[in-house]
Design a binder for this molecule. Sequence first.
Ligand code: PMP
Ligand code: GLN
Length: 366
Amino acid sequence: MVNSVFGNTGTSVFETMSRLAAEHRAINLGQGFPEGIEAAEVIAAAEEALRTGPHQYPPTLGLPALRQAVAETNRRFWGIEVDWQSEVLVTSGATEALADCFFGLLEPGDEVLVFQPAYDSYGVILRRAGAVPVPVRLEPPQWELPRQRILDAITPRTRAILLNTPMNPNGKVFTREELEFLAGLLERHDLIAVCDEVYEHLTFDGRNHLPLMALPEARGRCLRIGSAGKTFSVTGWKVGYVTASAERLAPVARAHQYLTFATPPHLQAAVAFGLGLGDHYFAGLQSILQEHRDFLETGLREHGFSTLECGGTYFLCLDIGDLDPGSDDFAFCRRLVAESGVAAVPVSTFYGERDMRRLIRLCFAK
Ligand code: PMP
Ligand code: GLN
C-alpha cells in the first residue's frame, strides 16, 4: 500500500547530490546549506537555553519571546505592524510552514499558481493536500514576471499564488512593480498569497527585499514564511515562522498543531535572541555572501563559463548549453561530481517536466 503522491516521488535531488559528494569526496556546491558562517552568538544562546531549559513542550504557537521577536522583525525590516499574539506561528522549518498553509487553507481541487522554477516540496505537498499546482514559467535569463501567462492561468478555481522571493534556484528578487501587479490580482480574484521568503535577508548589490505583505492592499491576503536556518546559517535547526492576519493564521495553526504541535524550545529561544541582533549582524551576513557570490562568479567568468545574474539567495546558475550540446543537466552534474569533484544541482529538478536542462545551480554559501 502506498500513497499515490509520495509513492511517485524519488529521493530529493539535494540529498542525492550530497550523498554523491560524500562518496566522491567532492566539494559540495549542491545542496543549499552554508559552511563556516554559522552565527556563533546564536549557537551560544542555544547552548545556554539547552543548559537552563525548559525542555518540555512549548506552546503550540511558539515561545512568546520568539513570536514577539518575529513581530518586531517584521516591523523593523519591512515596516509591517504585527500582533505577536494572534498573527505569528512558529513551525519546524519553512517546509512545515508551507505544509501547514496548504493543509490549513486549501480544499481538494483548489488551484494554486506556482512560479517555475519551483522549490521541490511545493508541488508534492500541494498535491498531497488535494490541491492542483498550476505551473507558470519564468524565463531566463531575466526571469521577469510573466504577466500575461499569469492572467491566462487564473480560473474560477484559483485560490492562491505561491511566491518565492528572493527565489531559489535563480536568485531573482521580485521588484516592487511586479509585486504591485500581484497585489492587484489578489484583490481582483479573491486570492491569497503564500510567500516563501526564507532568503529575505540575503540580497545583494543594494537590492532590497520587499515582502508582498508590506504592500497595504496585500497585507490581509498574505502568509509570509521565514526560516532561521537561512537567517542564521543553521539549516539543520529547522525553525520557521509564519506571519499572517489572525483570520488566515488560525487554520494554519490548527494544521501545525496536528503535524508537529511544537518546535524545540531551546532553538526557539536562540532564534528569538538572534532576531534581536543589531544591524551589523544582518549587514555582515549580506556582505559575506555577496563576497562569496562575487568570488564564484568572477572565477567562473574568467574561465569562460556563462553565469546568470544572482540578486539574492545562496545560489548562482551556470548555463551549460555551450559546454554540453546535448544539455542534460542531470547527466552533467553526475559527471561533474565524479570526474571534477564538484557537486551541483540540476535546475530541471525545479520543473516538473525536466525540459529546462541547460542550467545547473551552484551554492556559494561555503
Ligand atoms: N523554501 C525554499 C525556497 C528553500 O530553499 C528552502 C530550503 N531550505 C525551504 C523553503 C525550506 O526551509 P527550512 O529548512 O526552514 O524548512
Ligand atoms: N533548500 C535547500 C536547497 O535548495 C535544500 C533543502 C533540502 O535538502 N530539503 O538546496
